[in-house]
Design a protein around this ligand. Sequence first.
Ligand SMILES: [Zn+2]
Ligand SMILES: [Zn+2]
Length: 553
Amino acid sequence: LPQPTQLQFIPLGGLGEFGANVMVYRWGADCLVVDAGLMFPGEEHHGVDVVLPDLSFLDACGELHGVVLTHGHEDHVGALPYLIARHDVPVYASPYTLGLVRSRLGEHDLPRSQDLRALDGGPRRLGPFTVEGFPVTHSIPQSRLLVVRTPAGTVVHTADYKLDPGPDRRESTDVERLARLGREGVDVLLGDSTNADRPGRTPSEASVAAAIEPLVADAPGRVIVSTFSSHVERIRNLGHIAARHGRKLALVGASLERHAEVAERLGLLSLPAGSRALPDEVETLAPDRLLIVAAGSQAEPMSALSRIALGRHRQVRLEPQDRVIHSARVIPGSEKSIGRTINNLLRRGAEVITAADAPVHVSGHASRDELHEMIVRLQPRYLLPIHGEYRQLLAHARLAAEAGLDRSRVLLADSGDVVALGDAGLAIVDRVHVGHVFLDATFDEVDRAVLRDRRRLADDGVVVPVVAVHRESGAVNGYPRIMARGFVPIGEDGDADLLTEARRVVVESLDEATSEERRDEALLRARIQSELRRFLRRRTRRSPLVVPVILEL
Ligand SMILES: [Zn+2]
Ligand SMILES: [Zn+2]
């Protein structure tokens, strides 16, 4: 394959799907990776805890000069341990992101001495690419917009951002700086599309604090706030609110503690002296002296919030006077577990306030008017919408037209497309292999076939035909038996005697088998499996897992 001499963008995830953001930049034989994220499994992924993008393309990419991480959210850094286990490359990021990566690498038994480098403090040269990180406002500390200067021109990679200025100007999106970049000339904008279908502007984080404060002021008992563990700014605001109302801030949950530890080390969680509850004070302080931040805003099964709701938390016992504030969005796929947890909280007599009752949560992503402003300020020649399902990417493309960017200058691409910047603009010139790798809680890979079996088991149960065959003669001994679990053996026509008929199907398939097939267990199993599966599907419209058992006599 001739090496291209144009600038290429190769998304290995994150386009046409939510999460697993990975973007490869390629110039000739030189490559750079921006972000290495994971995605969370859907309901159909039984027993899967983590979905990783398939990164095998990187083996063939040429020389990999480094991985640049825009920020520390899992959909941008979660696949990093798997990437650096295979590719020994330096990782560049802001101090907070590096802090999270360092603690994560320890969990994966990867050397903490991994080559982690500062992104901040000026342009970094990575092969033919020069990368500079600018602060942007987001829902985790120190998110970085990237300016990537290449032989083919200047690229702005927005990362996740919004334009709202946060409390610390140095860590907020600087729109004047964006305008300056625009005047210098931006060739391609890779823009976050997550909220491209939301009108207006995303409200500021200060509005969340303003909505929560009165709910703390008049609470008769404990206040428990559940939010994303990485949302350090919100947690700091909660600490200040607690202090103003005679309460102490307690953080419960391992992920919260991990984020707080990194944030404290970097001076990002500065709180009034004495405003944090000591570990035993969670139990000993009067309820109206506590503001508890609980991990598990998506009601993850073992999380602090889920345990509190079930009355199983070691330290926090809910009482009827307590008030629970769900200060988070509901990530698609978590609706049911969050609903269940809220029901459990209400059953224990607590009052529950969600974003549907009061403005206790805002998104960390720019809405339509901000995406519009980003395009107006940067004046890019081309736009490649990133981060989103097709509808968000399309919405971003449409609003770009309103911002004055001709439709011919916007490219809608999918994960796996090779996008090249050529004389005629941005175009898809090739495809590479992309896909997903499924992992369970022990970080072992869950094979696609295993997942398919689990789905069959969950939906339609299992049918086990048991056949005894003489090893030497291949003769079938006796009549086959059929066991079924979780399978309703009733035909579409109401025929309740389906399993008797199914036994006949097995007998027939055995009769028609050659003696070679009968002596070869694998062949015999495959034959029985396919015949029985076809019969059951035809008669019941169901596809249970069929597991033939051959007993050799
Ligand atoms: Zn993201
Ligand atoms: Zn993010």
